[in-house]
Design a protein around this ligand. Sequence first.
Ligand SMILES: [Zn+2]
Length: 85
Amino acid sequence: MKKTTTSSEIFIDPVCMMDVDSGRLNLMFTYQMRTYYFCAEACRKAFKANPEKYLKLKAPKRKGLWGRYLDRLNKVTGGKAQQCH
Ligand SMILES: [Zn+2]
């Protein structure tokens, strides 16, 4: 019996950090052997113009948007690791 692979992967738009709906995966751009997906053509264009800028944002060096997001997450979970049950 063969296992069928599900296409339920999560794609994150590197420009706005939104989850990209799998129905919109036509908006993609390949950069340095990796394929990135976008929520909108505007995001794809922005990434295309300056990929490094958006890829750097992934590393939470400063307390930017991502740091604030983590803070919010910590507040919700009370700073504890999330449990599945
Ligand atoms: Zn976007």
